[in-house]
Design a protein around this ligand. Structure first.
Ligand code: ATP
Ligand code: MG
Length: 138
């Protein structure tokens, strides 16, 4: 089924010059990038983005991290792209991520894990709308 997902190259991925490498892997999978831009969230915007995690022990820290520098946000499109992109990025904890995944290859920490990917159709809709207007998606 044709889906959209929100992908983010997090501040650690941008500052470590991994933008090209992540995009190469996405496009290499046959996934189409239908929107992309660089943004920097402030603390409140990061809290709004990760509002599903409000109250969890890592909430303060992850929202500090996500607002610590610019991110590249993208909309990806394709058949079953939510699951396919999650597979490409690997498990949240890079130590448990499969070999050859982006997080396994580049993450340094459970929090600083290079990339974000929506985990459901419903969350993808919310997250895409958080950053993009329909006019910016091609
Ligand atoms: P993302 O939503 O960023 O794609 P995910 O869906 O794999 O990641 P979530 O459970 O949604 O994982 O957590 C959101 C983010 O919060 C993680 O990617 C990571 O940066 C951070 N995080 C998650 N769990 C922890 C933890 N136990 N300790 C520190 N940071 C964490
Ligand atoms: Mg998540």
């Amino acid at each position: 089924m044709k889906e959209r997902t929100l992908a983010i190259i997090k501040p650690d991925g941008v500052s470590r010059n991994l933008v090209g490498e992540v995009i190469r892997r996405i496009e290499g999978e046959g996934i189409r990038i239908s929107a992309a831009k660089m943004i920097r969230m402030d603390k409140d915007q990061a809290k709004g983005f990760y509002q599903v995690h409000e109250g969890k022990p890592f909430f303060e820290s992850v929202t500090d991290f996500m607002s610590s520098g610019p991110c590249l946000v993208m909309v990806l499109e394709g058949d079953d792209v939510i699951g396919r992109y999650r597979k490409l990025i690997g498990a949240t904890d890079y130590k448990r991520a499969d070999e050859g995944t982006i997080r396994r290859d580049f993450a340094t920490d459970i929090e600083k894990n290079i990339v974000h990917g929506s985990d459901s159709v419903e969350n993808a809709k919310f997250e895409i709308k958080y950053f993009f207007s329909e006019l910016e998606i091609f």
